[in-house]
Each structure stands twice: as C-alpha cells, then as structure tokens.
Design a protein around this ligand. Structure first.
Ligand code: MOS
Length: 757
C-alpha cells in the first residue's frame, strides 16, 4: 500500500484554531450545567502544624452558601493508586494536620463564585504551628541518596579526574519555577446516578479517571473525565491534584454539579512546580579536549507527604562519550507543597550545570565549545554501548553553528562589543530521553466517506488535534476537511498522558495503525463481492487516494469508500489501532508495571532499561546576548535552535513547540523564581505582578531548524518536541553571558546584581 496524498510534514494551520479564536472551544472553566454550584478553597497560612478548631458557622450562614467542608465533616476517602511517575497527593480533609503552606483546609460551596469566595474568607481556622524545614540548605536537613535507584556510574571518576590536565569543581543553584499556564486550572464534577462525570484541566484524563474511581471506591467505567481543551499546562496537569478530589466529593454530597476554579495564587501551591536544585559538578579534561571524568551530584526536594520522581542527573551519563561518569541524586524532604514535573523536568536543571561546566572546560583549555563537544561525541549510547534509535546531534551543532554565524565569534570573553553593549555568543547541546507509552485509537469510516478518529488523549496546546488529523488523512488518502479527530474523553480509547514529549509518538503510531487496519477492512469488504473492481486485490496491490482504493497499476480499477460501504450494506465501518511501548529507554519508566507500585520499582526499572534501545530528541541552542555592564541589563538578542526531532509531522506547529520551550528557557534563566517566606513558608510572589515571566519585549527573533530524519524506533518515525526547546537554553544563555562579560554565573535566575561591573 502506498500513500498518495502527502499531508504529514506540511505546515497545516491548527485545525482547532477557528474554535479557539472564536471562543467556541469549551475549556473546563467554560463548562456550565443546570444547578451548577461554585466552590472556593481556603488554604493554610503556615507550613506545619495542627488545626485546633475550625469555625464554619459564619461562612455557612453567608448568602448563597450551600455547604462548607473541612476535615471535620468530609467523608473518609481511599488513597488513589501509587505510581512512581505520577504519585497521588495525600487525600485532602482527612485529619487536622497541615503539611505545607497553601494546603486546603476548607471548601465553601455556594450559588455563585463571588459568594463562595466571600464566604471562604469567613472560615476561622485556629491552629498550632510547628517548626518547618523549608529550604535545601537549612541546617540539619537530611537527604536520601539514590532515592529513585537511577544513579548511574561507569569507570572511575576519581582516577579520571586525576588523569585530567584541567579540572573544574563548581556548585550550581537553580530556582523553583512555576508552570503558570494562562488557563486557570478548574474542575467541574457532577454525579449522574452512580456515575461521576468530571471536566478537568489535565494532561492525563485516564489517570484522573482511574484515581477518582479508587478514591470513591467505584468501578473505573463509572467515571468519565473530559478534557477536550486545556489552556496550557507544562506538566501541571500530569498528576491528580487535591482540588479535583474535593470538587467530586462536594458534588456527591450536595447532589449538584460543582465547579472549582483555582485562583492564580492557588496555582502556585496546588499543582506542583519545578523544584530548586543544588548541584555540584566535577569535570576533567585533557588538553586535547578529551573529557576524562564527569561527576554530577544533585540535591533536590520532595514534600514530606507526597512523592516525586525527580532524577536531575538522569541525562548526564548519556551526554558524552567520557569513560568515567557518575550521576548522583539526593532527595531532601521539606515542609513544602509538592514539587512536580515541569517542562524538561530534571534535564532543564541538570543540563544547565553540565553544559556550563563543559563550556568552562572549553574555555580553560582554549578550545571552541562546539569542537569540544564533537571531540566527546557519543556515537553510541555511552552508558550501554547500544546504538541510538537515531541521533543527529552532530548535525544540530553543524547546522545551528552555520545559521547562527558561530564562526564569527572571537573566543576571548569581552572581545565583542556593539557600542556600550558587551556582546556574547554561547551555545549548549541537549540530549533528551524519550519514551513511547501504550496508546489506542479508533477510526470510523462513515457512509459519506468522511472519517472520525478518536482517542482519549489531550491537546494542551501542542497541536495534537492537528497532527493526528494529518496522520489520519494521509493514511486514508483523504483531504483534511474529511477527517475529524476527537480527543479528551475517557470514554474513548485509552491514551497516555500528553507529557514527557511522548504523546505525538504514541498517538500518531496508534492512529497510523488504525488507518492501516481501516484500509484492510475496506479491502476485505470489497473483496467479499465478486462484482467489485477490487475483488482479488491484496493490500500491497492498492493505493489510497482521494477517498478511493484503487489498483496501483490501474487507477481505473478501484472504488470509493462510499461505494465500498454501500455495496457492503454498511452505514459505517469502525476499526481500532494501537501502538505498544517501543523499546526506547524511558518507555520502561512510564509503561512498566514495575513502577506502578511501591516496592522495588527503581531496581526493576534499571534492569528494564538495560535491554532497550536508547532513544531521544537532540538539540543545540546558539544564543547571542548583549550586556550593559554599567546597569547590568541583559538582553537575549537572537537564538538559533537546531533540533533533531525525528520525522516532523507539521513544521509550523513543531516550530511553535520549540519556540515556546525556548521562551520558557529564557524565563528560567533570566526571570523565574518562586520565592518562599522563610518563616511561614508562604509563597511570597504568587501573582503575575510578582512572579516574572518573559513578555514580548524579552523575546528576540527565534530561529528553529529541524535536522535529522525519521526515527527508526517507531513506524511513523517521530520523536518528541515538547521539552528540548527549553532544556539547554539556560546553559546556552549563561555561556553567552560568560563570553560577553567574563563572569561565570552558576545560579539561576541570573540577576542584574550578578552582572554589574
Ligand atoms: Mo511535561 S513536564 O511531561 O508536561
């Protein structure tokens, strides 16, 4: 079978664009229902302690209030299932203890959001506060080494360092960052008979469904989760959060639909965030540029009452050919809201330290940073010796450098100027492990020749609606206008999270499989009839084109889908498609049953990862900065990102993904820092006025080039683009700042004070 009309790989505009710009797309916040009530949440104002009494009388008597819930009247609920990658939050309102600032302590349900909010302010909470441990470097904090069993080692780091001509030993700090999607997270829940229907902002509807079924002790098929549109997420929606449980609980008790919309400050404490890290790198090289040792040690936090899998050094052993490498993670339990995964989790922080240290080595031995990276290029996966599924990082370096004009860089720091501005060129590379999770889809060919494809995935803005429509249209030989793709509903076939840069891979392969099955089924249907021009044709004899199947050597010998269905007396034909976890490294991490329960998940994980194909996306970012040494002003002037993402389904949308990531990286490097009051644990900058993110004026021309070709590890040939735009940016900018100023900055975000001469 060959495919006649090529739509995959074209820069199609978003198919969901019109409904979004006209306001017709229904985000959870837009969902309404008859009898809808509105909830407002009350949060703790301290980090650790006990609620001694909670007085809801005044709130309960306020106008419009239907119910007030606290730990005193909430039902006992079951813990959702444990999973290593998306561990559940503690079930809310089960006792009087408070474990972090911002923990929900009461929920007010009223007839309008305003009345709920007003009444929430009337809930009186008396408490006893205990001492809290809030920061990684607090005296006496204890850490657990190798908390995920993912620490990796090869060779001997100490002898590698001893054999080096040049060594660097440096400490790096990265700040906590908050996802802050524009769309406030919201949940609407109602119970219809014994069935729970939940509209939610989530990246993983099936996780929410399965978890809620567990919490309320009902079968999974009695819960439906809907998320057709999500207003951004960046990892915030990878887990089940407490407000979702509370909304469903409230709806069940009051017997009416309930909507909760988090406030912006609640978005800082209720949905996880990128944790701060402290990192130490020891790295050595010979004069010829050969890296002799890399030792990467990281401390990052978890909440005391919620797990988080957060290996920051995971990418380090895969980055370079170096013989002696050690990655060591350490996790500290703090009295903080749970950190979670945020775009490029772990890699965005770990890469900053590693790629800065590599730049320091290049500078110390007087070698060009690109040349040093090529000198240590990992042609095979260096930790296992296995071939990569595909890797065009060298091409990223080459094409990125060329487009950027890297050859015009004069190596000496402070050697390039533009008037008063110091000019710096910097770069960094990134290797981003990707995985493919299990995914299912269905495909229906209607009697009128149109096609409906369905899978319960989510499109959080990355373009899934569009690229999957393209894959289906190409597989069926149809115009895009004849194909519709529905997602965001757990009554549809099961799909994995939109996360880990892995959905396009899993879903496009499942939908491709469905198109193959649909053509087979149509051919079989045609073949049943001796009068059909396709009678006797096998699959390899035919092509799909413009809603027809015809013989590849004789276009006149064929039939349209419409005619095939009519002849077969069928009003429609439905097939399913699926994709299985590929052998890619991180597939084990997400897909394996080994990680679905506490126990020895990590060890099994490590065993599983030994037998698989190393796969991932790669990128090189090249950055020009300008620094005003008198005022400490720093501007990113241009960025060139060269990206190996395998087969690019839609260059326009893939570019959007990368530039979104690059902007996130600029934010991480120059602006973003969640700050915490050292006494109360209060997040002290939980608004968009105080927590800085890049605005248009901070963003220069961003140039993206895709290199490489289809990946060998999956049929469609895609790799992820969600996170490699962000990871790598911090080091690239920091290295450019060093080139501009001679200052080596190892702490994020870079501040004006860091840059003043
Ligand atoms: Mo991403 S942190 O997997 O949404």
């Amino acid at each position: 079978m060959t495919l006649a009309n090529q739509v995959v790989g074209r820069s199609i505009d978003r198919v969901d664009g019109p409904v979004k710009v006209t306001g017709a797309a229904t985000y959870t916040m837009d969902v309404t229902a008859e009898g809808l009530l509105h909830a407002a949440l009350v949060r703790s104002t301290f980090a650790v302690g006990t609620i001694t009494s909670i007085d809801t009388a005044e709130a309960s008597a306020a106008p419009g209030v239907v119910a007030v819930f606290t730990h005193e009247n909430a039902p006992r609920m079951k813990k959702p299932s444990w999973s290593l990658v998306t561990p559940p939050p503690p079930v809310p309102f089960q006792d009087a203890s408070v474990h972090h600032f911002g923990q929900y302590v009461a929920m007010v349900v009223a007839d309008t959001p305003e009345r709920a909010t007003e009444a929430a302010a009337l809930v009186r909470v008396d408490h006893e506060v205990a001492g809290a441990t809030l920061s990684l470097d607090a005296p006496g904090v204890k850490g657990r080494s190798n908390p995920y069993f993912l620490d990796a080692k090869r060779g001997n780091v100490e002898s590698g360092l001893a054999a080096a001509d040049v060594t660097i030993d440096a400490t790096f700090n990265t700040a906590a960052n908050v996802h802050n999607p524009i769309g406030l997270f919201s949940t609407v829940a109602h119970w219809d008979g014994g069935r729970l229907i939940v509209h939610d902002a989530t990246q993983n509807p099936f996780l929410v469904r399965d978890s809620l079924a567990k919490v309320f002790s009902i079968p999974q098929d009695r819960v439906q989760v809907l998320a057709p549109y999500v207003g951004g997420s960046f990892g915030a929606g990878l887990r089940l959060w407490q407000h979702v449980i509370l909304t469903a609980m409230a709806a069940r008790i009051v017997g009416r639909p309930v909507k909760t919309v988090l406030t912006r400050p609640q978005m800082f404490t209720g949905l996880g965030y990128r944790p701060a890290t402290i990192q130490r790198i020891r790295i050595g090289a010979r004069r010829d540029g050969t890296l002799t040792a890399i030792d990467h040690e990281v401390t990052s936090p978890a909440a005391k009452v919620a797990n988080v899998l957060y290996p920051v050094t995971l990418g380090t052993p895969a980055a370079y050919r170096c013989d002696n490498v050690r990655g060591r993670d350490r996790q500290v339990r703090l009295d903080i809201p749970s950190p979670a995964h945020m775009r490029g989790p772990g890699e965005a922080e770990g890469n900053f330290a590693l790629e800065t240290a590599v730049d320091e080595i290049a500078h110390a031995i007087g070698m060009d940073p690109v040349e040093l990276r090529m000198r240590n290029y990992a042609e095979v996966h260096p930790q296992t010796g296995l071939a990569w599924s595909s890797k065009a990082l060298a091409e990223c370096y080459r094409q990125g450098a060329e487009r950027f004009g890297w050859a015009g860089r004069t190596p000496e720091p402070r050697s390039m100027r533009d008037g008063e501005w110091l000019v710096g060129y910097g770069m960094a590379g990134v290797s981003y492990g990707h995985f493919q999770a299990k995914c299912q889809a269905s495909l229906t060919v209607h009697g009128d020749g149109t096609v409906l494809v369905r899978s319960g995935a989510t499109d959080i803005g990355q373009g899934t609606y569009t690229v999957i429509t393209q894959v289906a249209a190409e597989g069926m030989g149809l115009d895009l206008a004849k194909v519709r793709f529905e997602l965001g509903d757990t009554d549809l076939p099961r799909a994995p999270q939109a996360g880990g840069s892995g959905l396009a891979n899993a879903l496009s392969n499942a939908v491709h499989d469905a198109t193959v099955n649909a053509v087979k089924a149509l051919l079989a249907l045609a073949g049943e009839d001796h009068a059909s021009p396709l009678h006797g044709c096998s699959r390899s004899d035919v092509v799909v084109d413009d809603g027809h199947l015809h013989h590849k050597d004789d276009a006149s010998r064929g039939e349209s889908y419409v005619a095939i269905l009519a002849r077969g007396g069928r009003s429609e034909l439905t097939v399913s498609g699926s994709s299985a976890p590929s052998r890619a490294v991180n597939g084990a991490l997400i897909g394996s049953a080994a990680v679905s329960r506490l126990g020895r998940p990590g060890r099994k994980l490590v065993e599983a990862t030994r037998a698989v194909t190393p796969a991932g996306g790669f990128a090189a970012h090249f950055v020009e900065v300008r620094v005003d040494p008198h005022l400490g002003r720093l501007r990113v002037r241009r960025v060139v990102s060269a990206v190996d993402a395998g087969r690019v389904l839609n260059p326009k949308l893939a570019r959007s993904q990368i530039i979104g990531g690059v902007i996130g990286g600029i934010g991480q490097t120059l602006l973003e820092e969640m700050t915490t009051d050292s006494g109360s644990g209060r997040v002290s900058n939980a608004t968009f006025g105080d927590y800085l993110i890049p605005v248009n004026a901070d963003i220069p021309d961003l140039d993206v080039v895709f290199v490489g070709g289809p990946d060998a590890d999956n049929t469609v040939g895609v790799k992820g683009v969600g996170e490699i735009g962000l990871a790598g940016m911090a080091a690239a900018i920091g290295n450019a700042v060093h080139h501009a100023t001679g200052k080596r900055l190892r702490s994020l975000p870079i501040t004006i004070a860091d840059l003043m001469d």
